[in-house]
Design a protein around this ligand. Structure first.
Ligand code: OFO
Length: 168
């Protein structure tokens, strides 16, 4: 059984994951609009991963006899000045989500909710991956600078990403 505080916090975070998905779908559309289909594809897979995260919160709430309460989603930005600017936002967003997961872990400890704490540990590790991957792409974009041919090569590479559910 979840305390009201934990149930509210998990619902709040479910919305954050949904908003991550929503943001990344918007970034995908931005990349399509500037003719970088590989980047757009990569961001659509990222959207799928965020929906997977969202559903983990949904399922956990139900499993613990909590109630899922869906909230309204913030409209994401639509345009960015450059691929670097878009990926800077993606990386910053992942850092923000990591800090929110850490706050949830703190709350689970305060409430002595060991089951929720255990559930959240998966996300603690996942966020390490999420930050490393997005920071890696951002660093490569910075190295590429103005080279269109290198940008197109990276676009090719990113087009190969496939969605593998993180726990498989
Ligand atoms: Fe759900 O990890 Fe990104 O936001």
């Amino acid at each position: 059984m979840l305390t009201k505080k934990i149930e509210d916090a998990l619902n709040h975070h479910l919305t954050e994951e949904f908003e991550s998905a929503y943001l990344y779908l918007s970034v995908a559309s931005y990349f399509s609009s500037i003719e970088l289909p590989g980047f757009a594809h990569w961001m659509k897979i990222q959207y799928e991963e965020e929906m997977y995260h969202t559903m983990k919160f949904y399922d956990f709430l139900e499993l613990r006899d909590g109630r899922v309460r869906l909230a309204g989603l913030k409209a994401p930005k639509v345009d960015w000045a450059s691929p670097i600017e878009a990926f800077s936002q993606v990386f910053a967003h992942e850092q923000l989500i990591s800090s929110k997961i850490h706050e949830l872990v703190d709350l689970s400890l305060k409430e002595k909710d060991h089951a929720t704490n255990n559930f959240l540990q998966w996300f603690v590790s996942e966020q390490v991956e999420e930050e490393a991957t997005t920071k890696g792409i951002l660093s490569r974009l910075k190295m590429i600078g103005d080279s269109t041919s290198s940008l197109l090569m990276l676009d090719q590479e990113l087009s190969k990403r496939v969605f593998v559910p993180p726990e498989k």
